[in-house]
Write a protein that binds this ligand. Structure first.
Ligand code: FAD
Ligand code: SF4
Length: 501
């Protein structure tokens, strides 16, 4: 055997660099389901089933293409770690070398670096911007901002470009994409799939082994192959993308998806490549099927945000995930793990997360993220929650979004100002407040929404840090203009709230 080629659970792409350069005649592929990976956080059972079933399908496809695949199943109780699996195969086949595409997580990179078999790691070139390219872009800049990176990526890839000008004449159509929730926005949601025999076997095993983990396993409707992921993409472009921009920030009871495609699940596994997803959106715009605000809004999320947060994750190194600039130390409320709460918005988003292993961006950012930040929860606990409960959660993308964008724990690397809001924003963008035990319009006293009390409490606690921020001066002016008695009442309200949450 010439090479042992490691393929990880989120590297399920036929174009993976090590497969491209490999030779089915001489090389052996290793894929391993191991307790260290299924257990480093309490993953949602749907997420575990998704990854393991997709891995098993991918292994079958590799075999059909002539590869020899040494596959370790979790129920065989084999090696505990990826390195353990590599050592076992190394002993069996004595290869000339062991190769892998660099994992998307510092934890696993370090484990492979320390593995006695000696793993040669090559770059993951499935992204639109390499780690080195991002580092060059970031070098020497006083402030990193996604928007500038995004424009460079547009120019570089030619996506939504007319020559050297942005398609439609404007780079960013975000202003058109902040429409509040309306029932007429209802859409069919993403494509769903029926489990086949391989998935059923995985589901039975996950049901038995991970019964204690937070999250509902059934029904399981994710696709688990590249063919299914391609169908999900086509369905999204045809039925959801046209209205994507209009509904991007809206939240509706019992409508978890609106026009969100849940394609992160497939992209993050490697079943879809970001380039093909962006190209599909670009082509639909050129064909006149999709308006520019939707095409641009969607492409920005992938070509912009997704590539940008990956760049930040690798630029900032392993310590990034433990950042805690605001010194927050509270425990994550039990409501995040399904405990009782009278706050309808939190209840809805957590219930949806438990049932689907999914919430869309504004739910993650402005409901669960916003509330944890206002409360002052330890960002490490918030990070662990997000990494556990969402089917698309891998550290390279989850951590900058949670630690950076949502909790401002990185001191403003990802977000120029903290994403906090009072109930007013939630009431405008959702229908969650209808029938809630609290009143979004009540600022203090009986029935006051916790978001209203904690919003001011947060701003007062961190006044020194944020007062000088040019986008926040106006809120401090509003606070000062409120009158001393009312201000005292608000802060007292926030304090008493703290004792009951
Ligand atoms: P759509 O709304 O249909 O968006 C299209 C695509 O754009 C997504 O599939 C995704 O790949 C990409 N995208 C959009 N926003 C972002 C972003 N901020 N960062 C990276 N990619 C983005 N995304 C993950 O993929 N994994 C995570 O673990 C994750 N954790 C998050 C944690 C927090 C606190 C927040 C605020 C956001 C997080 N996101 C994460 C980003 C975003 O919420 C999800 O990508 C999105 O909700 C996925 O659903 P979708 O495919 O239906 O998205
Ligand atoms: Fe959430 Fe407050 Fe609205 Fe209730 S009133 S749903 S707690 S924002």
């Amino acid at each position: 055997v010439r090479r042992v080629i490691l393929v990880l659970g989120d590297q399920l792409s036929p174009e993976l660099a090590v497969l491209r350069d490999g030779d089915p005649e001489q090389d052996v592929v290793v894929m391993a389901e191991v307790p260290d990976e299924t257990g480093y956080v309490p993953h949602h059972p749907k997420k575990i089933a998704l990854v393991l079933s997709a891995m098993r399908h991918f292994a079958e496809e590799l075999r059909a293409d002539g590869w020899t695949v040494r596959y370790f199943r979790l129920e065989e109780d084999g090696p505990r770690s990826i390195c353990g699996a590599l050592m076992a195969v190394h002993q069996e086949v004595s290869p000339e070398e062991v190769v892998a595409v660099r994992p998307g997580e510092h934890r696993l990179i370090e484990a492979l670096e320390a593995c006695p078999v000696g793993v040669r790691m090559v770059e993951d070139d499935r992204f639109l911007c390499s780690v080195d390219r991002f580092r060059d872009w970031a070098q020497g800049r006083k402030e990193l901002r996604m928007e500038w990176f995004y424009r460079e990526m547009r120019r570089e890839t030619g996506l939504l470009m007319d020559g050297d000008q942005p398609a439609g004449g404007t780079w960013n159509y975000d202003k058109q994409n902040r429409k509040p929730a309306q029932r007429s926005l209802l859409q069919s949601g993403p494509m769903e799939f029926t489990p086949d025999a391989i998935t059923e076997t995985v589901l039975a095993m996950v049901r038995e082994r991970f019964a204690e983990n937070f999250g509902t396993l059934d029904p399981f409707t994710f696709g688990v192959t590249r063919t299914q992921a391609r169908r999900a993409l086509a369905h999204f472009v045809k039925t959801q993308l046209p209205g994507f921009g209009d509904t991007q920030d809206a939240m509706l009871l019992d409508e978890p998806y609106l026009n969100h495609g849940v394609l992160s699940v497939y992209m993050n596994l490697g079943l879809l490549l970001p380039r093909e997803v962006c190209e599909a959106a670009d082509a639909a715009y050129r064909d006149g099927q999709v308006p520019i605000n939707s095409a641009e809004g969607f492409i920005r999320q992938i070509l912009g945000w997704r590539e940008y947060v990956r760049g930040i994750y690798f630029l900032k190194g392993p310590e990034y995930v433990t950042s805690n600039t605001l010194g927050h130390t509270r425990d994550l409320p039990a409501a995040y793990w399904g405990g009782e709460t009278d706050m309808r918005c939190i209840r809805e988003v957590v219930a949806q997360t438990r049932d689907l292993a999914y919430a869309h961006h504004i739910q993650r950012l402005m409901i669960t993220g916003n509330y944890a930040l206002l409360l002052g929860v330890d960002p490490a606990q918030v990070h662990e929650w997000y990494l556990s409960v969402y089917a698309d959660a891998y550290e390279w993308v989850e951590a900058p979004n949670t630690v950076g964008m949502s909790q401002w724990a990185d001191g403003g690397v990802v977000a120029s100002k903290p994403y906090v809001s009072s109930a007013n924003y939630i009431d405008r963008m959702s229908d969650y407040c209808t029938g809630c035990a609290f009143d979004p319009k009540v600022k203090v006293g009986e029935g006051a929404c916790p978001f209203n009390l904690l919003y001011w409490d947060f701003l007062v606690r961190h006044r020194e840090r944020f007062e000088g921020n040019r986008r926040m001066g106006v809120v401090y002016k509003a606070w000062d203009g409120m009158g001393e008695e009312k201000r005292r009442e608000v802060l007292r309200g926030a304090e008493t709230l703290g004792e009951v949450i």
